[in-house]
Design a protein around this ligand. Structure first.
Ligand SMILES: [Zn+2]
Length: 97
């Protein structure tokens, strides 16, 4: 019975990944810049998530802290879950009727 004592278990849900650590450390997301190829960590407030009607119009964006480029990347279902669960500001581009 060592299952629950292990941290960083692959396949753990977003909820359990963030549970308990929310108030301890801010959630950061690793991102890379396609322009200057810099890699960095961004807090939730540095990211924007836009959810469109289809997965093709769903993306997240941020400004590269190194070169200032506006980066936009497609966001799959799992990324959307991660970002919204981490408190990233979400913009819905389609009407939810
Ligand atoms: Zn850059």
């Amino acid at each position: 019975m060592t299952e629950s004592a292990t941290s960083g278990v692959p396949g753990m849900t977003v909820e359990s990944a963030f549970a308990g650590m929310r108030s301890v450390s801010p959630v950061v997301f690793r991102a890379g810049c396609p322009d200057c190829r810099e890699r960095f960590e961004l807090t939730a407030s540095a990211l924007r998530l836009a959810i469109g009607a289809t997965s093709r119009t769903t993306f997240y964006s941020f400004t590269c802290p190194e070169c200032g480029a506006a980066v936009r990347k497609p966001a799959g279902e799992r990324i959307v879950e991660l970002l919204t669960g981490g408190g990233v500001r979400t913009l819905r581009l389609h009407s939810t009727v």
